[in-house]
Design a protein around this ligand. Sequence first.
Ligand code: AMP
Length: 229
Amino acid sequence: MKLIIFGPPGSGKGTYSSKLKEKFGLEKISTGDIFREEIKKGSELGKKVEKYLREGKLVPDDIVIEVVIEKIKNLEKFILDGFPRTVDQAKALDSMVNIDAIIKINAHPEILVEKISARRICSNPKCDGNYNVADIRKVIDGVEYILPPLLPKNDMKCDKCGSPLIQRDDDKPSVIMDRLKVYEEQTKPVIDYYLKKKKPPFIEIWMSRPPEQVVEKIVEGLRKLNLVK
Ligand code: AMP
């Protein structure tokens, strides 16, 4: 099973793909995570991409495509999170593999800004602990959002490894609006590209409930497409 998950920054796509990874043994490939790890390691790749991440800009296509091709070339089951983000990335992916479904997560920008500002991640680069301190209950454009906080058991320490929680540099308010704008401008053409091709099928879900419920809806969608039992 080869999947892509699309969603604006803060839509929870990282969390959903982690849960799908556990459920179906998919390899989770998140280009954002890869870049952040390389930056922390101070590798050549890290040095090349650092300024783009700091400014909330997209990393150039040739760099991203090379990284992803290297990762997926021998994989049968994976979920791509954060890739493709441009039409050229989508075309490069199409020329390599057949994707079975695209999961598209929708949410109102107001909700996203509130959620992203409240996100906290584990400071341990080997841990994927992810938390949120916002408690959202409201209706926007007819969609009812009930999104309780996801707090660690111990005061701002990761449940998985005990390391302190931190805020990602690009989760700061000044960078968030930029990231949402970049997402809108650059990712919409990619969605349109796939819609026009009518392949692969879309599973479209609103991020209006906690992650477990969103994941259930995704699984329902995968079932309807006969991709899982
Ligand atoms: P994310 O964690 O997916 O929000 O990604 C964080 C940052 O990594 C983005 O703001 C970009 O600077 C960079 N990035 C991640 N994936 C891509 C991609 N497919 N194309 C270009 N830049 C990317």
